[in-house]
Design a protein around this ligand. Structure first.
Ligand code: COA
Length: 178
């Protein structure tokens, strides 16, 4: 009998967007088990804590039963092996992602020959989304409902209230008076 194939989808997920959930759903149809691995990524100074990013990801992925969501802070290939996975899944949204992803995959292969990286492409509707852009649009009072789930929208607003104070919407620039 064929042994089950576990894939690990790593990222910072700060926060998880519809682009990420679309990718997880696709991976969950291809692999027996998918581990959504949320990197601590201290070099990115994440907006949400690791615990909150895990909680938010769980709120978006509750309808998938062959997935698991975990945080990690060690070397990716070590974590992949620790979890008994054989494949790293990454998303390619546009050609511009390729160079970085190719470098990441090559580094990981050099660190661990047994682990393969596979790429999936998200739905074209989500090709331009990034967590940074979603945070910026939300911070300036824009509507992010088409990019993230309602739980994420609410968490963004709460977090901005905590960090920026209550009045974060931009004030219109007054016409120049003489
Ligand atoms: N839909 C929407 N956005 C997507 C997306 C998708 N399908 N796929 C990626 N993105 C966005 C992310 O939101 C993120 O945007 P941001 O930078 O604006 O936040 C951006 O693309 C980068 O992707 P992300 O998945 O967050 O990856 P990352 O570059 O932050 O992290 C890790 C990459 C976690 C895999 C890497 O840092 C890692 O392996 N860390 C562990 C330590 C390690 O082993 N390092 C050596 C690696 S060789």
């Amino acid at each position: 009998m064929k042994s089950p194939c576990t894939a690990l989808y790593p990222g910072t997920f700060d926060p998880i967007t519809h682009g990420h959930t679309d990718l997880v759903s696709r991976a969950a149809r291809v692999f027996d088990h998918v581990i959504v691995a949320i990197a601590e990524s201290p070099h990115k100074t994440p907006f949400f804590s690791l615990e909150k990013r895990i909680e938010l990801a769980a709120s978006q992925l509750s309808d998938l039963d062959n997935i698991e969501i975990v945080g990690f802070s060690n070397l990716l290939v070590d974590f992949v092996q620790e979890k008994g996975a054989r494949v790293i899944v990454r998303g390619l949204r546009a050609v511009s992602d390729f160079e970085y992803e190719f470098q990441l995959a090559s580094m990981n292969r050099n660190l661990c020959e047994e682990v393969e990286t596979m790429f999936l492409t998200p739905d074209e509707r989500y090709g331009f989304i990034s967590s940074t852009l979603v945070r910026e649009v939300a911070r300036l009072g824009g509507d992010v409902a088409q990019f993230v789930g309602p739980e994420i929208e609410q968490a963004l607003q709460e977090q901005f209230r905590l960090t920026d104070g209550p009045n974060i919407a931009p004030v219109g620039i007054e016409p120049h008076s003489k």
